[in-house]
Design a protein around this ligand. Structure first.
Ligand code: GLU
Length: 515
């Protein structure tokens, strides 16, 4: 294989929506591979589908990449030797190659109307066969072609796919063979003069000297068409790596509704950039040394496309339907819904917690600060005494799955006194309430619990001693200590407050409730 010396990878998004997990992982693998090989990472915007592309989508994609720290060496904003990096600005470049292919009879004008094609497509569908162009315009004489063009008939340009075997030697999928007879002659330039995806991609990859094409396995079936074009134009082939599909916990492909949500969503719910990137890198790749926690650019040293797995990678983040919707904004989710999502014991949460607790405080503080500034009751304090806020955050960060959990915990810590919610008060009508509270106080006095596990043990023992279960046990303790019937995870909150503060709070609420 004719391999250029420098590794040059590219991410080539079509700006027709937001950047979702699959796209972001493709961008990341290209970026990491280029970094690992001291090469260059190129960003190319594939906006030739005029109807579906939009500048807003391009903006969101660029913002998402920026958040992820995936910086392009060359791209629409960065410029570079092979500019422009937006396909709609490169239209003139495709023409000369089309002329070559037409003059060498490797492609031909096709006058079939979309109605003709749809009818033939329908026919194949009915027979349960893949749609293959029937070659109607393949044998038109030169004279006829010229006559029809002169008469102003619209035409597309079709690639002549001679029958042969095409082999894709893929870094991830291995050797995959295709039969060109099952592909048929395919369109490279549409009747509106725009290049097809398969055509533009080949010319741009060649002109931009891309050495490695790393993309989702969904594109594997496009690769034989692209190889045919490369060869017809005498372009050396790039290396290919088609990375595995990403599935949800239900083992089904991530759909838009179930987790293929915008990358910015993960920023907004409080995942740290580095942990999210670390997590995404593990979707289909596994480091040789088995060490999954890779802060401080260690990923960039270790990543290798040859250690990627063919089997689907599982993205085990839990999303409610509401959270996964295309337009879902984090602002629409209630606190409980948010907690439900981020409190799941997922690998992403495990990793995020590890980053929050182990990264230098200043780095984590920079990322958590906007979450505290957004909080009405904390924003003033953050401005007035950032150091105090920072050290308060430092005491509780070990417990956090996400940065968005910091604000409610800090609010609790800073509360001087606790009010008793009218709605929550009725919990004390439970016949076991008083005995639960007294037993808990007594056991906590003796055990002096300090961490969430100790507190959980004391709560369990309270249940065993009093016979209280479920709501009778847990809700009573929650209301007795916080004055409300909803909110944070109690054992974590107790560990953060410290048992003395918890006991004082309980005494104060008992007084207010008159029990
Ligand atoms: N523009 C294509 C897409 O967004 C990617 C093309 C490629 O990587 O070859 O799916």
């Amino acid at each position: 294989m004719n391999q250029p010396k420098t590794v040059r990878t590219r991410f080539a998004p079509s700006p027709s929506g937001f950047l979702h997990v699959g796209g972001a992982r493709t961008a990341l693998f290209n970026y990491l591979y280029a970094k690992a090989k001291k090469g260059k990472f190129i960003l190319r915007v594939e906006d030739t589908d005029q109807e579906r592309s939009s500048p807003e989508s391009e903006k969101i994609i660029l913002e998402s990449l920026k958040w992820l720290g995936i910086h392009a060496d060359e791209g629409p904003d960065e410029g570079g030797d092979f500019a422009p990096y937006r396909q709609s600005e490169r239209l003139g470049r495709y023409k000369k190659y089309t002329e070559t292919l037409l003059s060498e009879n490797k492609a031909y004008p096709c006058f079939c109307s979309s109605e003709d094609l749809e009818a033939s497509q329908e026919k194949s569908k009915k027979l349960g066969l893949p749609h293959i162009y029937d070659g109607r315009c393949r044998g038109l004489s030169k004279e006829e072609v010229e006559k029809r063009i002169a008469a102003g008939e619209k035409y597309a340009v079709r690639f002549r796919a001679e029958s042969r075997e095409i082999v894709v030697n893929d870094h991830v999928q291995g050797r995959v063979k295709f039969d060109s007879r099952l592909i048929g002659d395919f369109i490279i330039v549409k009747s509106d003069g725009f290049p097809s995806y398969n055509y533009a991609v080949v010319i741009d990859d060649h002109e931009m000297q891309i050495s490695h094409v790393i993309r989702g396995v969904g594109h594997l079936s496009n690769t034989p068409r692209q190889i045919l074009i490369h060869e017809a134009l005498d372009f050396p082939l790039p290396e290919y790596a088609h990375i595995s599909e990403i599935v949800g916990t239900d083992k089904k492909k991530l759909s838009k509704r179930k987790g293929a949500t915008s990358i910015l969503f993960f920023r907004d719910v409080g995942y740290m950039r580095d942990s999210f990137v670390n997590y995404m890198a593990l979707l289909g790749w596994y480091p040789e040394d088995g060490v999954e926690y890779m802060p401080n650019r260690r990923l960039e040293e270790k990543f290798d496309i040859d250690r990627c797995s063919k089997s689907p990678a599982m993205f085990d983040f839990f999303l409610t339907d509401k959270g996964g919707g295309e337009d879902a904004s984090i602002a629409e989710l209630s606190y409980e819904e948010l907690v439900k999502m981020v409190n799941h014991k997922t690998k992403l949460n495990w990793l995020n917690n590890k980053y929050i607790r182990e990264m230098p405080l200043d780095d984590v503080w920079n990322e958590v600060r906007p979450f505290l500034e957004k909080d009405e009751s904390l924003s003033g304090l953050v401005k007035k005494d950032p150091d105090k806020m920072k050290s308060t955050f430092d005491t509780l960060r070990i417990y956090l799955n996400t940065l968005s959990e910091a604000a409610p915990f800090i609010r609790e810590i800073l509360r001087e006194d606790v009010d008793l919610d009218a709605a929550a008060k009725s919990q004390f009508d439970d016949p076991l309430a008083v005995s639960v509270i007294e037993t808990f106080l007594e056991l906590a006095e003796n055990a002096k619990p300090a961490d969430p596990e100790n507190f959980t043990a004391v709560i369990k023992e309270t249940g065993a001693k009093t016979g209280a279960k479920g709501k009778s046990l847990f809700m009573t303790i929650r209301v007795a200590s916080t004055g409300t019937n909803q909110g944070l995870e109690i054992p974590i909150l107790f560990a953060i407050l410290g048992y003395e503060k918890v006991l004082n709070r309980i005494q104060s609420i008992r007084k207010k409730a008159g029990i």
